[in-house]
Design a protein around this ligand. Structure first.
Ligand SMILES: CC(C)(COP(=O)(O)OP(=O)(O)OC[C@H]1O[C@@H](n2cnc3c(N)ncnc32)[C@H](O)[C@@H]1OP(=O)(O)O)[C@@H](O)C(=O)NCCC(=O)NCCS
Length: 187
């Protein structure tokens, strides 16, 4: 990628919103919208935002903090607001805020905020450098700093998990199941 394409870009340059009406075919048997529909929309908006900043094709590497706090109903208008929170060398963290609006009463629910890590790819499918991010206000700075914290926490958590897995011996740990809602039936 040449220098012109790598010119730094502001957060507002790639800020993206997708709004979609929740139609009956998106609903589950309970009449609420499938979580998978929302995840797919989140992936779309994350891609649009990341690709706009990177100026290249991008892929989703990981998704953090997906926790639907309130159900989304058929007939609601869902808006997904995405912006670049952080850039590394080839990766970008896209923050996505999802809100659902009831058209009749105008009530707006914040259903979740999630973070998608995307990686920019070149024409040979190799990770490629992304433009620097211009932080223009305190909000941009706060989000960038929070992403650094989240990245460090995630790395520590991964290490802890690997360590815990490595030292996990079934016979030593089986007593932990005593207070869990499971039945041991091994032969
Ligand atoms: C993610 C992927 C690009 C990493 O490739 P790689 O050759 O290991 O590249 P690198 O080790 O140089 O990592 C590239 C960047 O990804 C980041 N990365 C890699 N794995 C990561 C993970 N699990 N979580 C967050 N970031 C990750 C690295 O930190 C690095 O970021 P940086 O350049 O900003 O420092 C590669 O594994 C891939 O293409 N995966 C498939 C992604 C995909 O197809 N998604 C669609 C879902 S089907």
């Amino acid at each position: 990628m040449n220098q012109d394409q790598l010119q730094a870009k502001t957060v507002s340059h790639s800020r993206t919103t997708i709004t979609e009406l929740m139609i009956p075919s998106y609903a589950n048997f309970g009449g609420k919208i499938h979580g998978g529909i929302l995840l797919s929309l989140m992936d779309k908006v994350a891609y649009a935002c990341a690709a706009k900043h990177a100026g290249t094709y991008c892929v989703t590497v990981s998704v953090d903090n997906v926790e639907f706090r309130q159900p989304v109903e058929v007939g609601e208008l869902v808006s997904l607001h995405a912006s670049v929170n952080y850039v590394g060398k080839t990766s970008l963290v896209i923050g996505i805020k999802v809100v659902a609006e009831n058209i009749k009463d105008g009530i707006v629910k914040h259903t979740n905020t999630s973070y998608f890590t995307m990686v920019a790819k070149d024409d040979d499918n190799r990770p490629t450098e992304v433009p620097l991010l211009i932080l223009e206000n305190d909000e941009d700075i706060r989000r960038f700093l929070e992403s650094i914290d989240r990245k460090e926490l995630k790395n520590s958590y991964k290490e802890l998990l690997t360590h815990a897995k490595n030292r996990m011996e079934i016979e030593e740990s089986i007593h932990l199941l005593d207070k869990e809602r499971c039945i041991l039936k091994r032969s």
